[in-house]
Design a protein around this ligand. Structure first.
Ligand SMILES: [Zn+2]
Length: 262
């Protein structure tokens, strides 16, 4: 009984609500720790990887990224939700890799792989991917995944304790939870709930930044056509592509309101 009360209490204090979608979520790690861990993991990825020397890619990704994060933060601020991205340090880099992938760490550090950029075609396509990745960060999906993984793999040990005693394992786990899995060799797919939520928020975010959300379905269709036996992160949970498009069409009217208000 005592344990039950304790667990309910823990759930209550660790329960957050995703901005805009209103979904209740369990996040057990203080966001200040997520931010520190993100910065550390990002440095590690940049040090191990190779930055793109394609100036067009680098400048366009940065430009679209800045436009989106400025629009998102201004929306959050106007709606008393500014705490959702408090302490985030937005960064935008392009890495040399043929992978069709991009990600955003919980602290706002973003990376695009060169391989996905031809598929984006233009700023609209980059905005679709950027919106989706920023959404994972705003909605704290990394914290949710990390909380879950720590409970499974480390028996619920507190993050601060884990960092003291098992630093390398904890950082590997964080990279996995943040969707940067390539380096550790294991993929941890985002759940369908997270993917659908990132699609929804991402569509609103690109619209708020003045990018036409109606260009998003065509991007996802190009992505689907291009993915072979090993699907990229976006498709790794195998959401039926027609469901994905149907979902985008369902929320399109709301996205268009943000686009027109721009
Ligand atoms: Zn995703």
């Amino acid at each position: 009984m005592k344990k039950l009360i304790f667990l309910s209490l823990l759930f209550l204090i660790s329960c957050a609500v995703v901005p805009m979608t209103g979904r209740k979520q369990f996040v057990a790690i203080p966001s200040s720790q997520m931010i520190t861990l993100s910065a550390e993991s990002y440095s590690k990825v940049l040090a191990e990887g190779k930055l793109s020397s394609n100036n067009y890619y680098v400048n366009t990704v940065r430009k679209v990224g800045e436009r989106l994060t400025v629009a998102v933060e201004s929306y959050l601020k106007q709606n008393n939700l500014a705490s959702a991205t408090e302490g985030y340090e937005w960064q935008y880099n392009v890495l040399v890799s043929e992978q069709l992938n991009a990600w955003c760490m919980p602290g706002g550090q973003i990376a695009f792989y060169e391989g996905i950029l031809p598929l984006c075609e233009d700023e609209n396509g980059i905005a679709v991917v950027m919106g989706h990745e920023i959404a994972h960060a705003v909605a704290q999906h990394g914290n949710e995944r990390m909380s879950q993984q720590m409970a499974i793999q480390m028996g619920g040990i507190a993050l601060s304790e884990a960092l003291k005693t098992q630093k390398q394992e904890t950082i590997d786990l964080a990279m996995l939870a943040f969707g940067v899995g390539a380096k550790v060799g294991v993929e941890l797919p985002y759940s369908r709930t997270h993917e659908t939520e990132a699609d929804e928020l991402g569509l609103y975010f690109m619209a708020m930044a003045g990018y036409d959300p109606q260009t998003a379905p065509a991007f996802w269709e190009r992505m689907e056509a291009k993915s072979t036996s090993r699907p990229p992160e976006f498709l790794s949970t195998h959401p039926d592509p027609s469901n994905r498009i149907a979902n985008l069409k369902r929320i399109m009217p709301k996205a268009m309101e943000y686009y027109k208000a721009k």
